[in-house]
Design a protein around this ligand. Structure first.
Ligand code: HEM
Ligand code: HEM
Length: 469
């Protein structure tokens, strides 16, 4: 790539890596979902639920999620600074290292190597690789920002900066560990401290992976696709600062009614409730952007993804603070309700926005029109329906599960033994599997559409380069 030209090869590489890891993660997710009602599928230790679950979560959160985030970040960085990447070679090295790291991560988790800290399961040699990779990314982000030709920093850049800094701090602090050999380490923290640090990390992984960079995409690709300016820049800035300030205090809502000091739990509840405001700041900004132009929901296929995606974000950020309240958490914690919460966020909000952003990017960088808008619409409806079937079923299952666990007879003994509470959920798990299959078919349609766009879509006007921008 010539100097002073946007470098899109790395954007393309990450975009297709995202789709690849999405499919791998979903196949594992479907297998997991089937194991819940057909345990014979635990064929070998390598396919045991406990191992597959972490392959699913890591493959999707870090494989799919981060690949999508890197693709969009490298694209937005260049467009918003009106300059090419500071180190395109380093970015390409990042792409290769990323895919090797995710492949090794999946392999090691399949093999049962696991620190047993959720979303931080990788053993220490891979943690070192992750840190090196993150430094490489951060160097490019900041060096590109320094040489930017556009003085004004659009809100998406602030979100990218917040992710870059915070993920580094979170990952390093939570993964401090003492290695005993190449494949095993123990956390540097113990007991309640370990749990506290772990969920400070865990919740902020949700915040700074599944929220902050996805909002960066929303604020950039949504106005671009609708050709309408975002309703309020001031509101976007206020939402940004209050969101990043509040997020870091909320981790303990995962540890309600535990030996963690009660005041820490109360602080987490207070900040979780506070989070509704900045979250809805972005939701309202999204809705007001198309005020008077709601016809775009019908006429512009990308608007649907963004509006429905931000709506699930809005619902997620009301459900989250509510389920973190002590009384409700006493009922819902450990139940399938939480699995419903997770998948509304991931299958609804995160996937909708990443899909729409990639639909925007791929035609632009390949200089071709999208292969098929009809297929994109089909993809939308399949993932929308699949996600709803999945999450609504899990919420109902969670309510029944919580109620059965807590039901008592007049003499105070438990009404149901544990096995009865498990078998009662089988019908819900069948339906969840069906929802997952519908969603998966939607993702296959998405993949086909993207591949065909790159290969045989009609030629269109390519993205302007900085000299002409
Ligand atoms: C205001 C924002 C949010 C708050 C206050 C919140 C609150 C919560 C709470 C209290 C739990 C724990 C439930 C339990 O275990 O009893 C939880 C779990 C979870 N939430 Fe949220 N949530 C929010 C937004 C989101 C978003 C946007 C996502 C995006 C996908 C998300 C993903 C998750 C995940 C993955 C878990 C499961 C963690 C685990 O493995 O236990 N949340 N959330
Ligand atoms: C076909 C679609 C999907 C299916 C069938 C599926 C299935 C599952 C199953 C069976 C579990 C384990 C639940 C349990 O332990 O009781 C799970 C957990 C999880 N999945 Fe998925 N999943 C799908 C899509 C996704 C996507 C797209 C993401 C992220 C981008 C994701 C992220 C997660 C996370 C973070 C958890 C851990 C939840 C927790 O700890 O509470 N899943 N999934």
């Amino acid at each position: 790539m010539k100097e002073n030209n946007y470098d899109y090869s790395v954007v393309k590489g990450f975009a297709y890596s995202a789709v690849f890891w999405l499919i791998v993660g979903l196949v594992v997710g479907l297998w997991l979902a089937a194991e819940m009602f057909y345990p014979a599928l635990n064929l070998t230790p390598w396919l045991a639920f406990g191992r597959l679950r972490v392959v699913h979560t890591n493959g999707l959160a870090f494989g799919f999620g981060f690949a999508g985030i890197f693709a969009c970040s490298y694209y937005m960085l260049q467009r918003l600074t009106r300059t090419s990447l500071a180190f395109p070679g380093l970015a390409r090295f990042h792409l290769y290292l990323f895919n090797v790291a995710i492949a090794l991560a999946a392999l090691s988790l399949f093999a049962g190597m696991n620190t047993s800290k959720e979303y931080a399961e990788l053993e220490w040699p891979l943690d070192v690789v992750v840190v090196i990779m993150w430094v490489i990314f951060a160097v490019n982000v900041f060096a590109t920002l320094i040489k930017r030709k556009e003085k004004q920093m659009y809100i998406s850049l602030w979100y990218i900066i917040a992710m870059t800094v915070t993920v580094a701090v979170l990952y390093i602090v939570n993964n401090l560990e003492i290695p005993v050999n190449l494949f095993k380490s123990y956390s540097a923290y113990a007991g309640a401290n370990d749990a506290n640090v772990q969920w400070w990390y865990g919740h902020n992984a949700v915040g700074f992976v599944f929220t902050v960079p996805i909002l960066a995409m929303f604020y950039y690709f949504y106005p671009k696709s609708t050709n309408l300016p975002i309703y309020s820049h001031r509101l976007s800035i206020i939402s940004f600062w209050s969101l990043v300030f509040a997020y870091l205090w909320t981790g303990a809502h995962h540890l309600m009614l535990t030996p963690l000091p009660e005041w820490i739990q109360t602080v987490a509840i207070a900040f979780s409730i506070f989070l509704i405001a900045p979250s809805w700041g972005s939701v309202v900004n999204g809705y007001y952007t198309i005020r008077g132009r709601w016809d775009l929901m019908r006429t512009n296929y990308l608007t649907k993804f963004f509006i429905v995606g931000i709506t699930f974000y809005g619902l997620q950020t009301v459900q989250g603070p509510t389920q973190g309240l002590r009384t409700l958490t006493a009922f819902f914690h450990y139940t399938d309700w939480v699995v419903g919460h997770v998948h509304m966020g991931t299958m609804g909000w995160v996937t909708m926005i990443i899909s729409a952003s990639l639909y925007y990017i791929i035609p632009k960088i390949s200089g071709r029109e999208l292969y098929s808008v009809r297929l994109a619409n089909l993809h939308f409806w399949l993932i929308f329906i699949g996600q709803l079937v999945y999450t609504v079923t899990m919420w109902i299952a969670g309510i029944q599960q919580g109620a059965m666990w807590k039901a008592t007879n007049p003499d105070g003994s438990l009404t149901y033994n544990f096995l009865e509470t498990v078998t009662a959920l089988y019908p819900y798990w069948y339906i969840r599997f069906v929802g997952g299959v519908i969603y998966f078919v939607g993702i296959l349609v998405f993949t086909y559409n993207l591949i065909m766009t790159g290969r045989s879509g009609k030629e269109s006007v390519p993205e302007p380069q900085p000299q002409t921008a």
